[in-house]
Design a protein around this ligand. Structure first.
Ligand SMILES: Nc1ncnc2c1ncn2[C@@H]1O[C@H](COP(=O)(O)OP(=O)(O)OP(=O)(O)O)[C@@H](O)[C@H]1O
Length: 265
């Protein structure tokens, strides 16, 4: 699936990010380079505070790097736009708008015509199993349902790149499992290009085609581990996958790398 020869869909090249003045402020990310190929699912793990979210917000164009550049299809990425869509841990839905209005919001902003808005809305409601909740307000939905709406709101824009920052971090364990399986299914069927930040090594091993392990702050890339999508445990439920010997070995290897960084902090 992954073609190392082709131009990456998203490339973070030599990214350094200081908050506050260089040398006296906080260096969150230090000279990180990362290339995400079209259709690839990359997970980034690392100890708390190592700069994962910073790397993602810089990749999304929401923060400017102190040094380095962001490329999309080999060209400077420019300002954030619908091509790079972000899903955060906090659902950030409009509380006074219905599910349908929340999902359509970005399409309206981009001037998509009403018929196409409706077509894409119906498609997303079906994909994210939200058909019954079309006219509900966010406060009437569970956390898992709200996060489905947030994901639908991103996917409806047909982004070229999906950036997800701990999207299931605020959910209970059962809902999280179901959404992990949904996201894996969506990726298998639609081949989105995804940069996914998580604290969970298990989630990263389950979802990622490649897992990037970051060092403690200032975040550097410590190791990249490839987990080919065609291995059998990438096609089933997480419970089944987690019992596979290769899954267990990968989880153990990655956790040892993260643990080393946590202990050294
Ligand atoms: N806007 C900001 N101003 C100042 N410092 C910041 C800012 N944003 C992040 N930082 C600092 O940069 C470092 C990296 O933060 P970041 O949120 O990227 O880490 P993280 O790995 O995503 O953390 P966590 O896993 O706990 O969410 C931290 O020390 C944090 O305090």
């Amino acid at each position: 699936m992954q073609n190392q020869q082709s131009t990456p869909k998203l490339e973070l090249r030599n990214i350094t990010k200081w908050f506050g003045p260089k040398d006296t402020g906080v260096c969150a990310v230090d000279n990180c380079s990362l290339a995400v190929q079209k259709g690839e699912f990359i997970c980034v793990v690392g100890p708390s505070g190592c700069g994962k979210s910073t790397l993602m917000t810089v990749g999304a164009g929401l923060e400017q790097p102190t040094e380095g550049e962001i490329l999309v299809d080999g060209k400077p990425a420019g300002p954030p736009g619908p091509q790079r869509s972000v899903v955060f841990q906090k659902f950030a839905l409009f509380p006074s708008e219905t599910v349908a209005q929340n999902i359509k919001f970005g399409l309206q902003m981009c001037g998509v015509d009403a018929k196409e808005q409706e077509r894409r809305l119906v498609e997303q409601l079906k994909i994210m199993k939200l058909e019954q909740f079309r006219d509900a307000y966010p406060s009437e939905l569970s956390g898992g349902m709200q996060q489905r709406v947030a994901i639908a709101r991103s996917l409806v824009m047909q982004p070229e790149i999906l950036l997800m920052d701990e999207p299931f971090g605020a959910l209970d364990a059962q809902t999280r499992t179901i959404l992990q399986e949904e996201v894996q299914r969506l990726h298998r069927e639609h081949h989105y290009t995804v940069l996914f930040i998580t604290h969970s090594v298990e989630e990263a091993v389950y979802l990622g085609d490649r897992v990037i392990v970051m060092s403690r702050r200032p975040g550097r890339i410590k190791k990249e581990i490839s987990l080919p999508r065609d291995v059998v445990w990438k096609r089933g439920d997480i419970e089944v996958a987690a019992e596979h010997p290769d899954f267990i070995a990968a989880r153990r290897e990655i956790w040892a790398l993260v643990r080393e960084e946590i202990i050294a902090q």
